[in-house]
Ligand binder design. Structure first.
Ligand code: FE2
Length: 126
């Protein structure tokens, strides 16, 4: 799974690391301690990583940039919503985050992100 740009691949690996940590903490007594930490990681991840991708989409005039940025926006909103729920004492489980992130991996990273690889690499970004 590579988009052909080393720094973006590294950022995606960070997300896969978060998904793996969710597997590790699923059904453990630490579950409720871990959720706020994971959510803080996801908020930081989304803001850095999406800004990085979007910078090059705009710079290279990527045709699907608007739709792609809408997906990023939806993800950011969802993560903030999970965070608010969690801070409000409502249940956000490791399982909920796991299911959400695996879906994001399959629908966004493996499809929408892979779609910009030709544009990015054609402009010399590796
Ligand atoms: Fe993306």
């Amino acid at each position: 799974m590579s988009v052909g740009v080393a720094r973006i691949d590294d950022q995606h690996k960070k997300l896969i690391g978060i998904i793996n940590s969710l597997v590790e903490y699923h059904d453990t007594p630490r579950e409720s301690d871990v959720v706020p930490v994971i959510l803080a990681d996801l908020i930081a991840y989304a803001s850095n990583h999406f800004a990085y991708e979007e910078r090059f989409m705009k710079k290279f005039g990527y045709a699907a940039a608007q739709d792609h940025m809408k997906s990023h926006h939806r993800f950011t909103e969802d993560v903030y919503r999970f965070n608010l729920r969690s801070q409000g004492g409502r249940d956000v489980t490791v399982e909920t985050l796991f299911v959400y992130l695996v879906k994001w991996l399959n629908t966004h990273i493996l499809i929408e992100d892979m779609a910009y690889t030709d544009t990015f690499t054609a402009h010399g970004l590796h």
